[in-house]
Design a protein around this ligand. Structure first.
Ligand SMILES: C[S@@+](CC[C@H](N)C(=O)[O-])C[C@H]1O[C@@H](n2cnc3c(N)ncnc32)[C@H](O)[C@@H]1O
Length: 298
């Protein structure tokens, strides 16, 4: 990449030339063109329409240097969301970094399921949702934005992840959510929630097997391992969440769980053995069984 300067402290490369250069650098990726545009928009603070309309213009030298650095990191596989520090989820612009899982669009299926279940609940008491393994706060904050009269609690074992969740909460100014640090239900023991309980427990827990070959590919290589992998063929945390729910779920309360595309049958079996009824699995847009819900009768 050229580093020569023009009199106005601009690098002698136009927006068009930078895009051509970066697409060539990223050519081995399926998303080369989108990634190049996203990174240049991020660096310049402009949108794609501006880049296309002003292709002959130069950008500032420090922007060109930052862009070059980001393109090189992307070439090494670093996820776009970590490079730009943001990811959209359920129309919320979330801050993300290497301490949190990058929220997936597939996980919006949990929010959709939560909203359909919440409609059927309506009661006189203050309704509550517990989001276990909240990470960036994606699901909890989407729930808080859609259910402003509900109380939402997000739990995560990672203090670093909760710092990101709290940044997002402040940015989105959602007052009806709070975040608590600890292992699954443990930080709720001895609190008011042991008495008042939750109407709905939701979770996108770690559920990938330790030996899954996908852990060595794509964005996943850069994400926190504790957000991804679970013992017992990927079922250990799903089981802890299901077994522990008895203490914290209201009578007729619902549990809604994301799991791997090939784990639905076993999750249904565990829910049935644990006394849940009305068990149903929902498919994602790709037709895969990804979210299972069940209702407790006691
Ligand atoms: C798959 S990520 C989900 C993050 C977020 N809910 C989302 O959907 O984008 C799983 C989360 O569970 C958290 N986690 C892992 N083990 C945990 C535990 N024992 N107790 C609480 N949280 C845990 C991880 O730190 C991670 O943030």
């Amino acid at each position: 990449m050229s580093t020569s300067r023009s009199p106005g402290d601009l690098v002698l490369m136009t927006i068009d030339q930078l895009l051509i250069w970066s697409r060539r650098e990223l050519a081995s990726s399926d998303s080369a063109s989108i990634d190049a545009n996203t990174l240049l928009c991020f660096v310049t603070g402009k949108n794609t329409a501006f880049l296309y309309a002003h292709g002959e213009e130069f950008i500032r030298q420090f922007e060109a240097a930052t862009f070059e650095n980001l393109v090189n990191l992307r070439k090494k596989g670093h996820p776009i969301a970590y490079l730009t520090g943001s990811r959209e989820f359920w129309s919320l612009d979330l801050t993300v970094n290497e301490d949190v899982l990058i929220p997936r669009h597939d996980t919006e299926l949990i929010v959709e399921t939560l909203l359909s279940v919440s409609e059927s609940l309506g009661g006189t008491h203050l309704s509550r949702v517990l989001d276990l393994g909240t990470g960036s706060g994606a699901i909890a904050l989407a729930a808080a934005s859609e259910l402003p009269n509900w109380e939402i609690v997000g739990v995560d074992i990672s203090q670093a992840a909760l710092r990101v969740a709290e940044v997002n909460q402040r940015k989105l100014a959602l007052a009806n959510v709070q975040f608590v640090q600890g292992c699954w239900y443990q930080p709720l023991k001895g609190t008011c929630y042991e008495q008042s309980k939750f109407d709905i427990i939701i979770s996108n827990p770690p559920y990938i097997r330790k030996d899954d070959i996908h852990l060595d590919r794509g964005d996943v290589r850069f994400e926190p391992i504790m957000a991804l992998v679970s013992d017992e063929e990927g079922y250990a945390d799903l089981k802890k969440i299901i077994y522990g729910s008895a203490e914290f779920l209201s009578p007729n309360g619902w549990i809604i769980l994301e799991h791997g595309f090939d784990q639905a049958k076993e999750v249904r079996r565990i829910l049935l053995d644990s006394g849940f009824d009305s068990i149903q699995t929902h498919r994602d847009l790709g037709g895969n069984e990804r979210v299972t819900k069940g209702r407790t009768s006691v």
